[in-house]
Design a protein around this ligand. Structure first.
Ligand code: NAD
Ligand code: TYD
Length: 350
């Protein structure tokens, strides 16, 4: 039996990871620790309420005393660390919050794990979830990022994630802390906060609101369905080699403007509107400062070593995702109005 601390489990990717682990490993104890920032929402995990191997702790990963007590009282032997500030645009206006949670919060967790585990690292694991954005930006013709691509972050978000990755490796190299890191490409799917491209645009198309396309819409992202990321995390957690890094990616590069056209077509079709109805919503706006041109992941290490590959074709993933947001309008309305925060603040405190 393992006692697994999952941080950021009330967020987008974290909620899929928590759900997978709680359901797949009933013998393990899954502790979801989350600060419930604007991005954390326990409605993402309603189906897990009452499961005997699941519990939730509302806390900040930066709080040393809380983390220290949690590691000893709950006998934490493994960490899957997802908690982070995750939106590039917010990092441009408020870089300090990103340094605080992503850098200092990760360092605090590393330090508490090291102290709690002493020198007995048998059956212990600190798994850090990171992003492909640490590698910087590719030209249209560059080969995709591998695990040995030089770090070259450009946004405060990616700089903070790069810094946290370096601390994780430093704890391995200096103290032999058993760590593993994965760097994944852009995720999409249910429960993503509608500030990110795909859920924001689905919601805007539904409501006939403008679609703010940064620059010329020529930037490229490599999209992976979130459940495929969760499956990769499961594999790496159980079978990844200590001290290693694994890239995870969708083999699925899309120019923003092409992806947006697919979203428009899919939403219009599912809402019974004539094809082309929402094309007029496309609005080119000032580009994001420091906007990375292209991300693409070479995931062959993960495929060759652990046999992982994405299970969903993009067309199917997008269809499922659009349907989910259209069918879950209450969830979407609650997060766009902020109502979910008041509800859970009443339950757990501000
Ligand atoms: P998210 O913003 O949806 O969720 C982040 C969660 O962390 C939220 O529940 C939030 O409440 C929690 N959190 C924030 N600060 C906290 C703190 N100080 N203490 C405790 N909890 C805190 O993010 P996401 O998209 O699910 O990303 C999860 C992780 O995966 C991040 O580390 C991110 O860098 C990484 N990642 C994301 C993507 C992507 O496409 N979304 C791709 C690759 C890697
Ligand atoms: P986003 O979902 O914020 O992810 P990331 O910046 O981490 O890749 O953005 C995906 C792409 O979509 C990125 O190139 C920026 C672009 N974008 C827009 O054009 N308009 C928007 O309103 C948003 C949120 C993103």
């Amino acid at each position: 039996m393992r006692h697994i601390l999952i941080t950021g489990g009330a967020g987008f990717i974290g909620s899929h990871v928590v759900r997978l682990f709680v359901n797949k490993y009933p013998e393990d104890e899954i502790i979801n620790l989350d600060k419930l920032t604007y991005a954390g929402n326990l409605a993402n995990l309603k189906d897990l309420e009452g499961k005997p191997n699941y519990s939730f702790v509302k806390s900040d990963i930066c709080d040393y005393e809380v983390m220290k007590n949690l590691f000893s009282s709950r006998k934490i032997d493994s960490v899957i660390h997802l908690a982070a500030e995750s939106h590039v645009d917010r990092s441009i206006t408020d870089p300090f919050s990103f340094a605080k949670t992503n850098v200092l919060g990760t360092l605090n967790l590393l330090q508490t794990a090291k102290e709690a585990w002493g020198s007995d690292f048998k059956d212990k694991l600190f798994y850090h979830i990171s992003t492909d954005e640490v590698y910087g930006s590719l030209s249209f013709t560059d080969a995709p990022f591998t695990e040995t691509t030089r770090y070259d972050p450009h946004s405060p978000y990616s700089a903070s994630k790069a810094s946290s990755d370096h601390f994780v490796r430093a704890f391995h190299d200096t103290y032999r802390l058993p760590v593993v890191i994965s760097n994944c490409s852009n995720n999409y799917g249910p429960y993503q906060f509608p500030e990110k491209l795909i859920p924001l645009f689905i919601n805007n198309i539904r409501h006939g609101k403008p679609l703010p396309v940064y620059g010329k819409g020529e930037n490229i992202r490599d999209w992976l369905y979130v459940e495929d990321h969760a499956q990769a995390i499961d594999l790496i957690f159980h079978r990844g080699r200590i001290g290693e890094t694994y890239n995870i990616g969708g083999l699925n590069e899309w120019k923003n403007i092409d992806l947006i056209k697919v979203l428009i077509k899919t939403v219009d079709r599912l809402l019974g509107r004539a094809e082309g109805t929402s094309d007029k919503l496309i609005t080119f706006v000032t580009d994001r400062a420091g906007h990375d041109l292209r991300y693409a992941i070479d995931a062959s290490k993960l495929t060759n070593e652990l046999g992982w590959k994405p299970s969903l074709q993009f067309e199917e993933g997008i269809e499922r995702t659009v349907r989910w947001y259209l069918d879950n309008q209450v969830w979407l309305d609650n997060v766009t109005s902020g109502d979910y925060q008041q509800y859970y603040q009443k339950m757990y405190g501000a």
